[in-house]
Ligand binder design. Structure first.
Ligand code: EPU
Length: 455
């Protein structure tokens, strides 16, 4: 079992180039099969979820290869339209294959998707939309099979779900007449999906607004596309730099994608400058050289352009060391305070009342052994470890690796002390040190704090 070992208290300093966006890459990977062709996808993050999705594409008959940071998907010949259950259940984004398989073959069989356990996450809006657009649906507890062609017309989403908007955009490509989706989500990643579909020759307009028009295919098959930057990764690094009392520059990030996050950070006293596609960030200073974060007061998550739910756990961590009371209301998912218990173990003061987390800032967090329970909650625990005194061990890091490409490398590049360790190796080392020192390390309760620096 791998885990991160973090030595806290080191201010992060330097420059970091933001990687391609997970939440743009995943629907785009699924969309590469909407039409047969060879697709060169640049800046695709090598994250767990993308790797699983490419395995599914391979199982459906597509060719997948990487050339440096370019992912090449050859979808000219597909051999199946059923997604294997065990892979389907590994991630939420497998649900996008419903739309893309329908666009390509007029039939798709999928299972209930997996993904982070941050709430109920049904797919009723996806299914209702497909039914309204004319597809025949057969579903039971586990499996959904859809058949047919989009008949066009209008569909009004009952809620601006990001995934349902993207899935329906793809399914609607199977039609000959125009489809209009209303009350769509407006996240920038949806504009990126539209950009990719247009680069393949599809007529899709309006993404980024609540009304999207889909007109189907206009020739052209192959494509070359650059994935947009990951605004959530950028926010995570900004908070890590500010929270550790450092100073740094993020490149490859358009500040306008992060307006709400930047506003909250400014409210917390964090000095920021935006220029071009860069953001400079520095620690909030109390005038005596100490980091002095202020509470941002009350904030709530909301669909774009509101405060992103995907940045909420990281902000909650930051608020644990901000002077005053912070209230964070989670409006998108019903179970997204998964790291609260571990933060409390580290010395944070947090109370959950329904949808609200009430955080009373404290001066110090302490390194502890903690476990990631989902992607962003896990990243937020890494932030806590970097901001804490002593050593933090973050277990179940596969959750984090699903959405952050080589997080330890990025943090180390900024001078942070983080290492990926292996439980077995650590145990073996500890046991032999224990033998030498006459200490029993075998109960696993330690995290090598006693290990001399030469190990
Ligand atoms: N919802 C329904 N029915 C549906 C679809 C959604 O009730 O058919 C509800 C969900 O249960 C949730 C809310 O609507 O309470 C929002 O869900 P949405 O469909 O918008 O989210 P998603 O498509 O499942 C994407 C991102 C998430 C991000 C959300 C919200 C991808 C691959 N995932 O999920 O990213 O939190 O939008 O912005 O784009 C993450 O990166 O950590 C992550 C979870």
């Amino acid at each position: 079992m791998e885990y991160y070992q973090i030595e806290g208290g080191v201010p992060l300093q330097g420059e970091y180039r933001v990687k391609g966006a997970k939440n743009a890459a995943l629907p785009i990977l699924a969309a590469t099969i909407c039409k047969g062709g060879v697709h060169e996808i640049y800046d695709c993050p090598r994250i767990g979820d993308a790797l699983i999705l490419t395995r599914i594409l391979e199982q459906l008959g597509a060719g997948v290869s990487w050339e440096k940071d370019c992912l090449i998907i050859d979808s000219r010949s597909l051999t199946g339209n059923a997604v294997p259950k065990e892979l389907m259940e590994k991630l939420r984004s497998s649900v996008f294959l419903l739309g893309s398989l329908l666009a390509r073959t007029g039939e798709a069989t999928v299972y209930r998707p997996g993904g982070c356990k941050i709430g109920k996450r049904p797919i009723d809006i996806h299914i209702n939309g497909l039914r309204e657009l004319g597809f025949e649906i057969l579903e039971d507890e586990e499996k959904v099979t859809c058949r047919g062609k989009c008949r066009g017309g209008r569909f009004h989403l009952s809620y601006p779900s990001v995934g349902a908007t993207e899935n329906l955009m793809m399914a609607a490509l199977s039609g000959e007449s125009q489809t209009i989706l209303e009350n769509c989500a407006t996240e920038p990643e949806i504009i990126d999906l539209q950009g990719f579909l247009r680069s393949c020759g599809f007529g899709v307009y309006g993404a980024g607004t609540s009304r999207i028009f889909i007109e189907g295919s206009r020739g052209k098959n192959d494509s070359m596309y650059f994935i947009m930057e990951d605004r959530i990764e950028a926010a995570t690094y900004l908070m890590a730099i500010a929270g550790t009392g450092g100073e740094g520059i993020l490149t490859n990030i358009r500040p306008e994608l992060l307006e709400e996050v930047l506003t909250v950070l400014v409210r917390m006293g964090v000095p920021l400058r935006k220029y071009g596609d860069r953001i400079w960030v520095k620690k909030p200073d109390d005038g005596l050289g100490r980091t002095a974060l202020k509470s941002p007061g009350i904030l709530m998550t909301a669909p774009y352009p509101g405060f992103p739910t995907d940045c909420q756990p990281q902000l909650l961590t930051l608020a644990t060391k901000a002077k005053g009371l912070t209230t964070i209301r989670e409006e998108i998912f019903d179970s997204r305070f998964t790291h609260k218990k571990d933060l409390m173990k580290m010395g944070a003061n947090i109370e959950i009342c329904g949808k609200n987390a009430i955080i009373k800032g404290t001066d110090v967090l302490y390194g502890r052994s903690v476990s990631a329970r989902d992607l962003r909650g896990g990243a937020a625990l890494v932030l806590a470890g970097l901001m804490a005194e002593g050593i933090t061990r973050v277990e179940d890091i596969y959750h984090i690796e699903r959405g952050y490409e080589d997080f330890p490398q990025g943090i180390s590049q900024l001078g942070g002390l983080i290492e990926t360790k292996n439980e077995r190796e650590t145990k073996e080392k500890s046991e032999s040190i224990g033998e030498i020192a006459g200490i029993d390390f075998t109960d696993g309760s330690h995290i090598c704090r006693a290990v001399p620096s030469c190990i």
